[in-house]
Ligand binder design. Structure first.
Ligand SMILES: [Fe+2]
Length: 131
């Protein structure tokens, strides 16, 4: 039996341009809001053209001891140079990064998933400890 995880790429973000990078504190206070910045291409930039771009990033949190994960949020990146003049002739591009603000009562793990319109799904994760 196959799982969605079988087709989600995982690699070192320092060498693979599709992997979402999670920037946030590793240790937080219970119930206190903190920012989680998720970006693609922090070290190796990813194209942002009409033909090739990141379409969305989704962020999940799995609290220790819980059966299910929670979705923190999802951001769609909708402008990639489209125009009536043709591909890449448009004036607008959305950059593929987002900041989510969240709080948790429990330690756990963040999972970020990004989607490239050509190269599919990519993931990364980061532990969050509640002090
Ligand atoms: Fe790509």
């Amino acid at each position: 039996m196959s799982k969605i995880g079988d087709i989600v790429g995982k690699a070192d973000w320092k060498t693979e341009k599709h992997v979402p990078v999670i920037d946030c504190p590793g240790e937080v206070k219970a119930d206190q809001m903190f920012d989680v910045k998720v970006s693609v291409g922090k070290e190796v930039s990813h194209p942002n053209t009409t033909a090739h771009h990141i379409t969305w990033i989704s962020l999940y949190f799995h609290a220790e001891g819980e059966k299910f994960a929670h979705q923190i949020g999802r951001v769609d990146f909708s402008a990639h140079g489209e125009s009536t003049e043709g591909a890449d002739a448009g004036p607008v591009h959305t950059h593929h990064q987002a900041v989510f603000t969240m709080a948790t009562k429990k330690s756990g793990k963040l999972y970020a998933v990004s989607m490239c319109n050509i190269h599919g799904l990519w993931e990364s994760d980061k532990d969050i400890k509640v002090a």
